[in-house]
Design a protein around this ligand. Structure first.
Ligand code: ZN
Length: 162
């Protein structure tokens, strides 16, 4: 999936947290949470050389490459999400859940991609939620439709919830 798609999913995840914790949508706190969602959404692709997020966090992506950590393995795995949960545990609940759910939204979206995800890394087995012939190709019309769905959800969710 494209970074734009992951940012939208991360934003939707963070917005859900803002609404769940009854934070006013127009506030510095919510702005920070939504920004975190936008950044945490594409963060797992730090393992993909050449991706924007890998260029932003070059030392980490270089380290992953040095350690021969392949794309859609460690950073997309359940063990990484669990590790992130414990790492973020000292943060206030809103920051913990906005960051974690936005990060996990990445793996969830990639599970619809045709290459699949090594969800149980270090096991090499790749998982996909739908059969390969239905899987979403990166940059395809289907991915564009997913982006539109996410965007509409981001706009409508606060109206429906409140
Ligand atoms: Zn990915």
């Amino acid at each position: 999936m494209l970074q734009k798609t992951h940012s939208l999913a991360g934003l939707l995840a963070a917005e859900s947290v803002v609404l769940y914790f009854n934070e006013p949508l127009i506030s510095w706190e919510s702005a920070a949470l939504l920004m975190i969602g936008c950044l945490a959404g594409p963060l797992a692709d730090i393992d993909k050389p050449g991706s924007t997020i890998a260029r932003i966090f070059f030392p980490v992506s270089a380290l992953l490459r040095f350690l021969k950590i392949r794309h859609r393995t460690l950073t997309h795995s359940l063990i990484c999400i669990l590790g992130l949960y414990f790492l973020l545990l000292p943060l206030p609940q809103t920051y913990l859940w906005a960051s974690l759910l936005a990060y996990a939204s990445h793996t969830l979206l990639d599970l619809f991609n045709e290459q699949g995800v090594a969800l149980l890394w270090p096991l090499r087995m790749k998982f996909r939620l739908i059969p390969k012939f239905l899987a979403v190709k990166t940059g395809s019309v289907t991915e564009r439709l997913i982006q539109i769905f996410l965007l509409v959800s981001i706009v409508l969710l606060p109206i429906i919830i409140r």
